[in-house]
Unconditional design. Structure first.
Length: 221
C-alpha cells in the first residue's frame, strides 16, 4: 500500500524525476522491462535505493524479471502529476527565458508555457517558443484569467524578488527561480531555486577532488 505524501522523504521525491526521464527514454527505445540494476546504472543511483524509493508507492517489479517499463512510466507520471497538463507562466524573455520556453522537454512532461512576460518594449509582441510575449503590466490579470499555478522567474537578479512577489500575489502556488538571488515567498507558495552556476559548482567539487587525488604522490594520504 502506498504511503501518504506527508510521509514520503524529500530525497525520494527528488529522485523520481530522474527515474521517469530514464524509463521514458527506455520506452522510446522499445525496451519492455528494466532491472533495478540497469535503472540504477543509468540514473547513477544504487539499485537497492531505487527499490526502497519505489516501495513507498506500492509494489513494483517482479523478481528475476524487473520492472515493466510502460507501467513504470505511467505510475511515475501519476505520482509526480505529469500525467496531465500544467500551465506555466514565464517572466523574462531574454536568452534564458527564450531557451526555457523553447525547450521541448517541458511539453513531453505535461508542462505548457501558457504566457510569457517581459518589461522590454522591444520584446513585447514578439514570440518565444511559439508563445507571444506580454507586457509585465498584464501579469496579474493574465495569470488569474488563465488559472496558472506555476511561475518561472528568469529575470535579472535585481528584479527577482519583485517578480516573485507579483507572481505570489496573482495566485501562483509554485515558483521556480532561475536567478542566483535567494528570494522569499509567502506561506502557501512553494519555492524551488535552480541556479545553473550552483549546479556547476556542485559538479566542480567532484572534478577538483578527483584532480587532487590524481596529483598526490603514491602512498601519500
Amino acid at each position: 500500500m502506498a504511503e501518504s505524501v506527508e510521509h514520503i522523504p524529500e530525497g525520494v521525491i527528488e529522485r523520481l524525476p530522474a527515474y521517469l526521464n530514464v524509463v521514458i527514454q527506455l520506452r522510446q527505445g522499445g525496451v519492455g522491462t528494466v532491472s533495478s540494476a540497469r535503472l540504477g546504472g543509468l540514473c547513477g543511483v544504487n539499485p537497492a535505493q531505487i527499490r526502497r524509493d519505489l516501495t513507498h508507492f506500492g509494489s513494483f517489479g517482479r523478481p528475476g524479471v524487473g520492472y515493466d517499463v510502460a507501467t513504470l512510466v505511467d505510475t511515475l507520471q501519476r505520482i509526480l502529476g505529469s500525467d496531465h497538463t500544467h500551465r506555466i507562466v514565464l517572466v523574462g524573455a531574454g536568452n534564458l527565458g527564450s531557451a526555457i520556453a523553447s525547450y521541448d522537454g517541458l511539453r513531453k512532461h505535461g508542462f505548457l508555457v501558457a504566457a510569457v512576460f517581459d518589461n522590454d518594449p522591444a520584446r513585447v509582441g514578439t514570440t518565444v517558443g511559439g508563445v507571444e510575449v506580454h507586457d509585465i503590466g498584464d501579469l496579474e490579470r493574465v495569470v488569474r484569467s488563465r488559472r496558472i499555478s506555476i511561475g518561472v522567474v528568469a529575470v535579472p537578479p535585481s528584479a527577482a524578488q519583485e517578480v516573485t512577489d507579483r507572481l505570489a500575489g496573482a495566485g501562483i502556488r509554485v515558483v521556480l527561480n532561475y536567478t542566483p538571488v535567494m528570494v522569499q515567498v509567502p506561506p502557501g507558495v512553494t519555492l524551488h531555486n535552480t541556479d545553473p552556476v550552483q549546479e556547476l559548482l556542485h559538479t566542480l567539487y567532484y572534478l577538483s577532488a578527483r584532480d587532487d587525488r590524481s596529483e598526490r604522490p603514491v602512498g601519500s594520504s
